[in-house]
Design a protein around this ligand. Sequence first.
Ligand SMILES: [Zn+2]
Length: 306
Amino acid sequence: MRINARRRSAVASAKRMGIRNLARIALICLTILGSMVPGGTEGRGLEQSGRQATRVAYDAPREQVHREIYDTMRRRRVLERVAAAFNLFRLPRRLTYRLAECSGEPNAWYDPRNRRITLCYELIESIRRVAPSGTSSAGVSREDAIRGPVLQVLFHESSHAVFHMLRVPILGREEDAADQVAALVLLHLGRADARAVVNGSGYFFAALGKREPLDRSAFADAHGLSWQRFYNLACLAYGSDRRRYGDIVERGFLPTERATACEEEYAQIAHAFLALLGPHLRTPPRQGQALRRALARRVPLASPHD
Ligand SMILES: [Zn+2]
């Protein structure tokens, strides 16, 4: 995964009447995601979670600098919680989440050959490095600036896994689709947490965007540019609830020219989620607070020193 993004020019011709319903249905869908919260095993090597459709592995780091990340990730059960959320889908094969050192490369990816998601210590390290020491000028706390992108990355890679294992048809770039599913999940973590995580992810995309060279290779990349990913996320947040996220536009983080169509953009994605992924849910959508319970408990990777 390269931490950047893309923007969809699609402006749905979605019928206004259907938008609210689609949004509500999607929300109900996603709030059950956490219903597979694992029982309580602490990570030692490879372990199973939920209904055994996923498992997690925390590789002990060799680099001392990664030790704190290792301890925090295990203590917070970050991989277990993300795995539990995606255990919602009936996956034909087991999906593994692994935290590992990557020879200095700050990266994360899904490997379809072994159906494994690898999150590198180095990527978390880089996320911590760009996070503000206190609170950013836009009001993003260090904790959210770390927790947000870590969850975004894990949900993004999980989306790749779901697309692959369920053979989900994708129109457009897969990297964009993975971002959209990740955003949809992040937006339904629970009101306060969704806001915090969206802010944190936005902060990270913006931080990358400020230092991203706009050369040919950037445009050739399968991912969009970081600023595009930033605006896509902002647009989906605003489109999901214009009142709750209205300040994104008021404070100038999202141009009004884009904002006017964000409700339709959100509805289009919610519709696609239900049409393409809905049939693969383990249980039919029902009311619940599950995702909130699963992920809303502070999942930050910021240490007490951060
Ligand atoms: Zn990707």
